[in-house]
Design a protein around this ligand. Structure first.
Ligand code: FE2
Ligand code: FE2
Length: 340
C-alpha cells in the first residue's frame, strides 16, 4: 500500500475484500485498529499480527495479546492470517452497519461506504460473475436491507446519492436501492424478501457481460440485429445465475422477466401483466426510472418529476399502475400532479 488509509478507507477495503494476499497472509491497514474505541463499538477479534522480513514472516503480536498502540503506530500495515480474514470482515461490517454513540462514522459516511462497496462489488461482478463475487454482492445487498430496516430515514440518504460513476455500475446499485425502498413501500417487510428483490435489482443486467462490448458501448443507435443481440441479456443473466444455490428462485425470475411488459410486447417471453411476478415488476420499474434519471455521457439525466411525467406519457404499458403510484409517492409527489 502506498499511502496510509483513513479509517473509513480501511474499513471499506476489508469489507469489500480489496486486499493484498501473499503466502497465506493478508495485508491490513493499521488504521482499522487505531481509531478511538467507545463502549458501543464491536470488539476487535483476537488475531495475530505478522510482518514480512524479506521472504520470512515474523510474529508481531500473538492472537491472545492486546492490540498494542506501539506496534500499530510503528506499522502502516500488518499482515494477518487468511483464516482470520472472515472475522475481520465481520468486524468491519458491524462497524459500518451498527450506528454507535461515537461519531467515528457519521450516517452519510456509512452510506458512502456502503454505496462504494456495492459499486466495487458490482464492478468485479461484471468482469466475471463467479460464485465468490456473487456471494459478496449478497452481503452488500443484505447490508442495504439491514440499514434500511434499522433506520427508516436511511433511504433518504440513499436516494440522495448522486454519482458520476460508470453507467452500468451506478445503474445496478441505483436499481437495487430503489427496488428495496419500493418493495417496502408496497408492504413487503420480510428481510428475506427485501434481500431477494434488492439482489434482483443489483443483478438484473448481469447478462450484459455476455453481450459483445462493441454493442454495449456503441455510442450511436443500435441496428435491428444489434438490438436482437442486446435483448438476449435477460436470458443470459438468467443462465448465469440459474444454478446458483445462493440466489432464490424469485430473484432469478426477476432477472429473466425484467424486460417483460403488461401487454405482451416485452422479452424474452412476451408475458402479460398477470403472468409476471411482482418482484420482476418492481425491478422493471426501478430499472426504467433509474435509466431515465441517470446522467449519460451524451445527456443529463431527467429530474425525478420529469421522469415520472415521461413514464406516465410514454411507458405506462410497461409499468403497473399501483406500483407506479407508490414510486411517485416515495419521491414526495402525487400522480395527479404529473398531468399539470
Ligand atoms: Fe436490462
Ligand atoms: Fe437495466
Amino acid at each position: 500500500m502506498s499511502s496510509k488509509l483513513s479509517y473509513s478507507e480501511a474499513l471499506e477495503s476489508v469489507y469489500v475484500g480489496h486486499l493484498k494476499h501473499d503466502k497465506g497472509y493478508v495485508e491490513i491497514s493499521t488504521s482499522l485498529f487505531v481509531e478511538k474505541i467507545d463502549v458501543d463499538m464491536p470488539t476487535l477479534p483476537p488475531i495475530g499480527f505478522y510482518s514480512f522480513k524479506g521472504e520470512k514472516i515474523e510474529l508481531l503480536k500473538p492472537p491472545d495479546q492486546p492490540y498494542s498502540p506501539l506496534i500499530l503506530s510503528l506499522h502502516e500495515t500488518v499482515w494477518v492470517k487468511e483464516g482470520d480474514l472472515d472475522s475481520l470482515r465481520k468486524f468491519a461490517e458491524s462497524v459500518i452497519l451498527k450506528p454507535t454513540t461515537s461519531n467515528t462514522l457519521p450516517p452519510q459516511k456509512r452510506m458512502d461506504i456502503l454505496r462504494r462497496s456495492a459499486m466495487s462489488v458490482v464492478e468485479d461482478l461484471f468482469e466475471s460473475p463467479t460464485q465468490e463475487k456473487i456471494e459478496k454482492s449478497v452481503n452488500v445487498v443484505r447490508s442495504f436491507v439491514y440499514v434500511m430496516m434499522k433506520d427508516p430515514k436511511a433511504y433518504l440518504l440513499l436516494i440522495k446519492l448522486s454519482s458520476h460513476d460508470p453507467y452500468t455500475l451506478q445503474h445496478s446499485v441505483g436499481t437495487a436501492v430503489n427496488a428495496i425502498i419500493l418493495a417496502r413501500k408496497l408492504g413487503i417487510t420480510q428481510d428475506k424478501e427485501l434481500l431477494d428483490v434488492g439482489l434482483a435489482g443489483l443483478l438484473h443486467d448481469i447478462g450484459k457481460v455476455r453481450i459483445r462490448k462493441e454493442i454495449i458501448n456503441k455510442p450511436g443507435p443500435l441496428t435491428e440485429s444489434e438490438w436482437q443481440e442486446m435483448r438476449q441479456h435477460s436470458l443470459e443473466g438468467f443462465e448465469i445465475v440459474k444454478d446458483n444455490p445462493q440466489i432464490s428462485a424469485r430473484t432469478k425470475r426477476a432477472i429473466l422477466e425484467h424486460h417483460e411488459d403488461n401487454i405482451g410486447t416485452g422479452y424474452p417471453s412476451g408475458l402479460k401483466a398477470d403472468q409476471i411476478d411482482i418482484f420482476s415488476k418492481i425491478v422493471s420499474i426501478c430499472d426504467i426510472f433509474n435509466a431515465l434519471t441517470t446522467d449519460r455521457t451524451y445527456a443529463k439525466g431527467r429530474s425525478a418529476f420529469e421522469a415520472f411525467q415521461f413514464m406516465r406519457d410514454k411507458l405506462m404499458h410497461k409499468v403497473d399502475d399501483h406500483i407506479f403510484t407508490q414510486l411517485v409517492m416515495i419521491y414526495g409527489g402525487h400522480v395527479e400532479e404529473l398531468n399539470q
